[in-house]
Write a protein that binds this ligand. Sequence first.
Ligand SMILES: [Zn+2]
Length: 275
Amino acid sequence: MFDAEINRALAAAVDLLNTAEGQHSAKPSPDDLTSIEALRKFVAARDKGLGWTSSGADRDEVDRVRDLRRTVASIWTAEEGQAPTEKLNSLLEGVGTRVVPAAEGSGTESSYRAAPIPVSGRPADVMTASIAHALQFLVVQGETGRMRTCKGADCDAAIVDLTRNRSKLFCDFGNCANRAHVRAYRARQAALRQASKQGGGASTKKAATSEAAAEEKPARSKPSSAEKAAELEEPTSVSSVAAKEFRDRMRDDLMEKRDKKDKKSKKKGKKKSKK
Ligand SMILES: [Zn+2]
């Protein structure tokens, strides 16, 4: 989406965030950055193009990288349009910029790109420079909406949306996308059943409203599963509404066919067992 270096740094920032303790696709994920050895492993597994290093890693560096993770997390989860510039500027302090030739096929129109100069060659400083450089790029370009949290239920994995049409909603840790689609399908089926029963009387309407009221909770930083599901169900632009309706219809048709198939095979099974 952006130039290769920004894309790499954003992907690495996500990887760093996801080393924190949390839920990944409904499975608990422990803190993965608690020792010098863990920091070495983490750096070794990242894209070599980042130029990250673990040479000279000690306990102090582990703590500094953990601090970086905390700061990046607070920037990542900030409301869109309310960039925590103070935190970002603290990461950028002392980080310089140099102009280097852009690699061929890096997806940018310019022959040059800006590259960060870290405060020092220490692991945490090198990581800070590339992540801070990429984050300031997103903020300045008005692209902070690309810093996201997975929309899957019971998942707080960080994701970065590098798609052109801003369509990435789910992480790649498990089956968050599938689980969300199945949930949405079941909710629609339940709503249809409810509507066909007595054509939706006043009592059911009342019940639904009080249920909705009960679900309303005080504001908090992380969206609940219900909020995530609601957001998924509410596409914003006209074209995405049309696209979503089409997808929903296709999915419902498919699910219906599957259901019928299941029932048929069950019936067959019963007949056979009777014989
Ligand atoms: Zn997820």
